[in-house]
Design a binder for this molecule. Structure first.
Ligand code: AHR
Length: 518
C-alpha cells in the first residue's frame, strides 16, 4: 500500500512535469534589421535525369502525342505546375547518366538521332529525342536557369568544349553554325556547368587526387564567350560525410578555377534495405528523419573545411542531389526509381530547406532529386494524369525565401526521440523579401507532439500576419491519382501576432509558413 502510494505520487509528479514541458513554448528571437545574407534562389533548384519516367512520359511525351496536351512535345500540365513552383534552376541530363551522355546524338532531326542504351537506369533504349534543344526549351517554358552536367567519365575534353561552344558561342564557329542550322539563332548563354557527376562512383570511380587533375584539365577548356556567358564551374563533390574529398579538392584546385563544390546526401535508411515509401511505421519514420537531420552536420563540417581554404566564401557549396530514397513501388521497374511521396517527404523537404536557408552564406545551390516520377519527386504522372506531391506543396510554400535576406534567429529546439534516435524536432528559418515582407518557415518533425512557438521579431514594426499549414491525419498520407488533394497546404488561422510577437502551435509533422507585413 505504502509502495503504491509512493509510485502513484511519482507518476503524478512525472505527469505534471510532462504537462509543464508540453505547455512550455519554444522562444525564438529574430533581428529583422540584421538580415544581410541573401538566400540564393538556386537553393530551390531541381534535377531531371534521363532516368525512368522523369524525362520520357513525365516531361516529354513527343510532338506526335494525341492523348496528352503538350507544346512541342513538352507536357502543358507539368509546365504550368513547375512555373508556379518557381524552379530556380534545373540540373540535367544526370546524375550517373551524364557521364554516359553523348550530347551530339541529341541534336538535329529526330529521325536521324542515334540511340543508346541507358546502362545505369534499367538498360532501356534512349532514343535521344529529348536533347539539348528540348531541355533548354523546357527551361525557357518554366523560367528555370539551366544547369548542365558535362560528361567527364566517358566523354572527351573536346566533346565538352564543343557542347559549351554549341550553346554559348554567338556565331562564326563551327559549333554555333551547327546550332543555327538546327533552328536556334541566338546562344543560350548557359552559366551553370557541372564538371562530371559523382566522380568517386558512377562518374569514373576516381580518387579525389585523380579527379582534381581531371577537373583542372576539363575546366581549362570551358571557355567564356562574353560577359553574358561567364561559366560557373561546379566540381563533382563529396558524398555525405566524405570530408577528405572536399579537403583534397580544395588543396589541389586553385580557388580561381572552381566556383562551387557539390555535395550529395540522400535520406536513405540503408542502401540494401531502403524500406517502403508509404507503408512505414514510426521506427522507419524516425530513421529517415535521422538521416535527413544529418544534413545540418554535413553542411556545417564541409563548410568548416571550405572556410579554411576559402575564408572569403567565394566558393559555393551546391548540394546538387538531396531527398528521400525508398524501395520502388511494387510492380515498377527497379531501375526506374519510382516512389510515392508522403507527409514524411514533406518533413524532409521542410527540414532540409530550413538548413540550407540558414547556411545561405556557403550553400548557394541545391537540387532536389528528382523533379518528376523519380525519387522524392514534386510531380507524379500516369499517362495523361498528373498529381502534385506533399513535397511540391512545401517547396512552393518556401519559395518566398528565394533571393530574400536571411534573418538570423536564436532558439533551442526540443528533441524528437524515438528509441535510440534523437534529433531536433523543430527547425525554423526566416527572411526579409525585397518587398519588405518577412516570411518565417517552421517544420515540426515530431511524430506525436505539438510544439508551441513564440517568435519575437525585433528591429522592425510588422503589423499583419497570415499563415499556411501543411499537415495531415497520418504521416503516411499522400496524394494519389484517385485522391489528388488529400495532402495540400491550407490557410492557418491558429496564430496570433501582437506587438511583434508571433504565437502559434505546430502540430505533429507539420510545415507552417507565416507571412508578415508592415
Ligand atoms: O538520383 C539518382 C542517382 O543518385 C544519380 O544518378 C546519381 O548521381 C546518384 O547516385
Amino acid at each position: 500500500m505504502h509502495l503504491f502510494k509512493i509510485s502513484s505520487s511519482l507518476v503524478l509528479v512525472a505527469s505534471l512535469i510532462s504537462i509543464t514541458c508540453a505547455a512550455q513554448s519554444i522562444k525564438i528571437v529574430g533581428n529583422v534589421d540584421m538580415a544581410s545574407t541573401t538566400i540564393d534562389r538556386n537553393i530551390y533548384g531541381h534535377f531531371a535525369e534521363h532516368l525512368g519516367r522523369c524525362i520520357y512520359g513525365g516531361i516529354y511525351v513527343g510532338e506526335d502525342n494525341k492523348k496528352i496536351p503538350h507544346t512541342d512535345g513538352i507536357r502543358n500540365d507539368v509546365v504550368a505546375a513547375l512555373k508556379e513552383l518557381k524552379v530556380a534552376n534545373l540540373r540535367w541530363p544526370g546524375g550517373c547518366f551524364a557521364d554516359t551522355y553523348q550530347w551530339k546524338n541529341g541534336i538535329g532531326p529526330k529521325e536521324s538521332r542515334p540511340s543508346m542504351i541507358n546502362s545505369w537506369w534499367g538498360g532501356v533504349t534512349e532514343d535521344n529525342s529529348f536533347g539539348t534543344h528540348e531541355f533548354l526549351d523546357l527551361c525557357e517554358k518554366i523560367g528555370a536557369e539551366p544547369y548542365m552536367a558535362a560528361n567527364v567519365g566517358s566523354g572527351t575534353v573536346q566533346d565538352m568544349s564543343d557542347w559549351i561552344t554549341y550553346v554559348n558561342h554567338p556565331g562564326g564557329s563551327p559549333m554555333s553554325e551547327l546550332r543555327k542550322k538546327n533552328g536556334r539563332e541566338k546562344p543560350w548563354n548557359i552559366k551553370l556547368w557541372g564538371v562530371g557527376n559523382e566522380a568517386w562512383g558512377c562518374g569514373g570511380n576516381m580518387t579525389a587526387e585523380y579527379y582534381s587533375n581531371v577537373y583542372k584539365q576539363y575546366a581549362t577548356f570551358m571557355n567564356d564567350y562574353g560577359d553574358s556567358a561567364k561559366i560557373f564551374k561546379i566540381a563533382s563533390g563529396a558524398t555525405d560525410d566524405s570530408y577528405d574529398w572536399t579537403e583534397t579538392l580544395l588543396k589541389n584546385i586553385p580557388g580561381k578555377q572552381v566556383h562551387a563544390l557539390a555535395l550529395h546526401h540522400y535520406s536513405v535508411i540503408s542502401w540494401t534495405n531502403k524500406g517502403p515509401a508509404t507503408n512505414f511505421d514510426q521506427g522507419l519514420y524516425a530513421s529517415t528523419m535521422f538521416e535527413a537531420s544529418k544534413m545540418e552536420e554535413m553542411v556545417t563540417r564541409h563548410s568548416t573545411i571550405m572556410d579554411q581554404y576559402d575564408p572569403e566564401k567565394k566558393i559555393a557549396l551546391f548540394v546538387d542531389e538531396w531527398g528521400g530514397w525508398y524501395d520502388v513501388e511494387k510492380g515498377t521497374n527497379p531501375g526506374f526509381l519510382y516512389q510515392q511521396n508522403t507527409m514524411r517527404d514533406a518533413m524532409i523537404a521542410g527540414l532540409t530547406l530550413n538548413i540550407f536557408n540558414n547556411h545561405a552564406e556557403r550553400v548557394r545551390g541545391a537540387n532536389l532529386a528528382q523533379i518528376v516520377n523519380v525519387l522524392q519527386a514534386v510531380i507524379l504522372t500516369n499517362e495523361e494524369k498528373m498529381i502534385l506531391t506533399p513535397t511540391y506543396h512545401v517547396m512552393k510554400m518556401y519559395n518566398v525565401h528565394q533571393d530574400a535576406k536571411l534573418i538570423p534567429l536564436q532558439f533551442q529546439s526540443p528533441d524528437y526521440v524515438f528509441e535510440n534516435k534523437k534529433m531536433k524536432a523543430v527547425s525554423v528559418s526566416a527572411s526579409k523579401a525585397a518587398s519588405g515582407d518577412v516570411n518565417v518557415s517552421l517544420t515540426n518533425i515530431d511524430y506525436s507532439k505539438t510544439h508551441e512557438v513564440e517568435i519575437d521579431l525585433r528591429g522592425e514594426t510588422l503589423t499583419k500576419a497570415s499563415a499556411q499549414i501543411l499537415t495531415s491525419a497520418k504521416i503516411t498520407d499522400h496524394n494519389t491519382f484517385e485522391s489528388p488533394n488529400m495532402v495540400k497546404n491550407v490557410p492557418y488561422k491558429d496564430i496570433t501576432f501582437v506587438n511583434g510577437k508571433l504565437k502559434l502551435k505546430l502540430p505533429p509533422f507539420s510545415v507552417v509558413v507565416v507571412n508578415l507585413k508592415k
